[in-house]
Design a protein around this ligand. Structure first.
Ligand SMILES: [Zn+2]
Ligand SMILES: [Zn+2]
Length: 135
């Protein structure tokens, strides 16, 4: 039986549902994901044989395909949020974990391309934590 998942972008113009199950949850540290997210890594769930349906705002969804690779990113043209994208070659929908509004059902299964990790990511366990903005 397929599970139903829901998500949206930051501005709320784009909403989707995914029918299917996630097999993998990768934290990808490759340099393309660093550029694409502006952060240390992407956090993407992978659902093969699943079905992605745009409930709202499909016309806002823009897709960037990195040449000659499987690296593909969907995002909202209005707010820039990462959104799910279908990768035909592997019959898989890739879902950015942060775009989900329904609970993320699995924990990360692997960190990948760690040889490309951002140098500043090391030793972040020692930096102070705040519940909100530092006072
Ligand atoms: Zn948006
Ligand atoms: Zn990557």
């Amino acid at each position: 039986m397929n599970n139903q998942h829901f998500g949206s972008c930051l501005c709320g113009s784009t909403k989707y549902t995914l029918s299917g199950d996630f097999q993998s949850f990768f934290l990808c540290h490759c340099t393309r994901c660093q550029k694409g997210t502006g952060s240390a890594h992407a956090a993407n769930l992978f659902a093969t044989d699943s079905s992605l349906t745009w409930l709202q705002g499909e016309s806002n969804v823009k897709i960037y395909q990195y040449p000659n690779s499987l690296h593909r990113k969907s995002f909202c043209q209005n707010c820039g949020s990462a959104l799910p994208t279908y990768i035909k070659n592997i019959n898989c929908v890739v879902v950015p974990a942060g775009s989900l509004d329904s609970p993320v059902p699995i924990s990360p299964t692997a960190k990948i391309f760690v040889s490309n990790s951002a140098s500043w990511l090391k030793n972040t366990g020692y930096v102070p934590c705040f519940d909100g903005l530092p006072t």
